[in-house]
Design a protein around this ligand. Structure first.
Ligand code: OFO
Length: 172
């Protein structure tokens, strides 16, 4: 049976992953409206990935005898200044998520819950990858500066980094 402290921490993390999914959905929608089709696809995909991170935690917690409790959350911003603004906010958010995951890992060690600690390793590795990907995208956006051609190119590249949208979604 999972300890109450760990259950609480996992439920908070479930909320954070769900919120990440919502933020990226809001950002994807802004990109779609503002002509960044590639970035929109990339962020819609990313939103789905965050939902998968959330579900993975839900299943783990329930399998370990805990109870998933969904929480209230704020609505994400609708307006963004630019593509750069979006990716700066993503990087900041991902760093916050990494800290949160590291704290859970620390708690697992303190509580000698090595099973959950072992499970959280997947998230630790995932965060290393995500921070590095977001850093790389932000570097490119900074290099492009205000160049419309540069941003167009980055948008295309982000589109090629995304899985194609399912046919039903693209039908008008
Ligand atoms: Fe963006 O990461 Fe979830 O965990």
């Amino acid at each position: 049976m999972i300890k109450e402290k760990i259950e609480k921490a996992l439920n908070e993390q479930i909320m954070k992953e769900e919120y990440s999914s919502r933020i990226y959905l809001a950002m994807a929608s802004w990109c779609e409206i503002n002509g960044y089709e590639g970035a929109a696809n990339y962020l819609y995909n990313h939103s789905d990935e965050e939902r998968m991170h959330m579900l993975k935690l839900v299943h783990f917690l329930n399998d370990r005898g805990g109870t998933t409790k969904l929480m209230k959350m704020d609505a994400p911003d609708v307006e963004y200044k630019s593509l750069k603004d979006i990716f700066e906010k993503i990087l900041k958010h991902e760093i916050y998520i990494s800290e949160s995951i590291n704290e859970i890992y620390g708690l697992c060690m303190d509580e000698k819950d090595y099973t959950t600690g072992n499970f959280m390793q997947w998230y630790i590795n995932e965060q290393i990858e995500e921070e590095s990907t977001m850093n790389g995208i932000l570097d490119k956006i900074n290099l492009a500066g205000d160049s419309k051609g540069g941003l167009f190119h980055i948008d295309k590249e982000l589109g090629s980094m995304s899985a194609p949208r399912p046919a039903a979604e693209t039908e008008e």
